[in-house]
Design a protein around this ligand. Sequence first.
Ligand SMILES: Nc1ncnc2c1ncn2[C@@H]1O[C@H](COP(=O)(O)OP(=O)(O)O)[C@@H](O)[C@H]1O
Ligand SMILES: [Mg+2]
Length: 461
Amino acid sequence: MAYLCQGCGYFTPNWLGRCPQCGEWNTLVEVPKEKAKKVTRSSSFLATSSPISLEAMQKNQFFRGKRLSTGLREVDRVLGGGVVEGSLILLSGDPGIGKSTLLLKIAEGIAAQNQRVLYTSSEESLAQLSLRVERLKIQKSPHFFLFSADCFDDLVEQLFTLKPQVVVVDSIQNLGKRESECLPGSVGMLRELSAAFLEMAKKENVAFFLVGHVTKEGFVAGPKTLEHFVDVVLYLEGDPQRPLRMIRGMKNRFGSTQEVGILEMQEEGLVEILDPSQYFAGDHDTSAVGTARTVVAEGKRIMMIEVQSLVSSSSFDFPRRVSLGMDLNRLHLLLAVLEQTTRLRFVRHDVYVSIGGGVRVTETALDLAVCMSVLSSRLNQSVNRKTVYLGEISLNGAIRPVSLLEQRVQEALRMGAKRLVLSARNQDHSAKYPGIEWLQYHHLQETLKREGFFSSSPPLG
Ligand SMILES: Nc1ncnc2c1ncn2[C@@H]1O[C@H](COP(=O)(O)OP(=O)(O)O)[C@@H](O)[C@H]1O
Ligand SMILES: [Mg+2]
């Protein structure tokens, strides 16, 4: 007997409490010894006949890796410009978030370009799939094939007869293999399958989309196993109660992982949001009290968002702090800085902060906008809706500069902003953008004064 780590696939002849490779506790399970040997590769499928010079490669059409569009620009962007032939793409996300829906749309998009797609479900029957196809109003293309199988060998048979360009496997955890002792979904099975898919992808030049479920801990089951094997790892995330979905690249051998795709779940499936700023901060008839705008860069995606706050007197011993779409610790920190800067107290107030549209922002450039929005609600004093606030706030209240300034300014202008408040340490581009009032400050205190909060008698210590 040998012991296999379910987290990373590490093998050891002795049981250990903690895996020396991934450092996880209690992940080693007993498996037959032969399993340990199966890891070795039967044949080398990547080796071509002989090494090739770059010049020769340049001339040979074969080496120009082709990219296929998925038909969804938001997904193409995250993939780095489309699906690379013969690549393995892992799509993961919480159950019910829309992985199957997204992949049916992608398959439709690929079939629309007269490329053969095989959509294999190991979870749903053909009848269930056809119901889904009807509901999502998928185009009835002769190049789009549906298949229901929970055995890898059946799938391979179809691959050789159909010869598709793209294959969707939904999901890899539910797939088994004949003549294998491993159970579907076990780490052993995932290792076998991912090796088999990798071989198929590279040999037959077929691109695979593999759906991988996320475990309770938030990892793709057998995380390291799958992630090492595939070329691209995509993650579909969002609040199940809300329609917004974001697709992020966690790993990409053919593009940047800085890209974010933004989609919305509608009755007919996932629809792209091509203008996120309009979606998140478009002109709605909301009161300007408690809302402040900023332009964030999620990865390389520049978008205008609206920070909304509600500060109300608390009836709890411990006042509530709730943040939706931003880090709660960050909110605590900003409240402390605000208390220190303004001498206003928040101990008797509940503070709720939400980012409009349900987007999740990981950037600190929205700090200044959060401060403005919270203070606006606390003092019941409105914030100019044509102003964009950019800046990270440090613990002493200083405003730190933001990156990608010019892109942010351009986006702010596009969305009709008239004023820009930012760190004095950011470069001054005001001459270049005459259409926008350019205000640079060193400190939060200075900003609040100039922005008309505490104009008459500043309660500043
Ligand atoms: N028959 C249906 N009618 C209406 N909505 C549906 C139907 N089937 C699925 N959905 C919606 O689509 C969402 C995404 O489902 P699905 O693509 O199956 O997620 P996943 O594959 O990630 O588990 C579900 O949460 C549900 O809201
Ligand atoms: Mg599904």
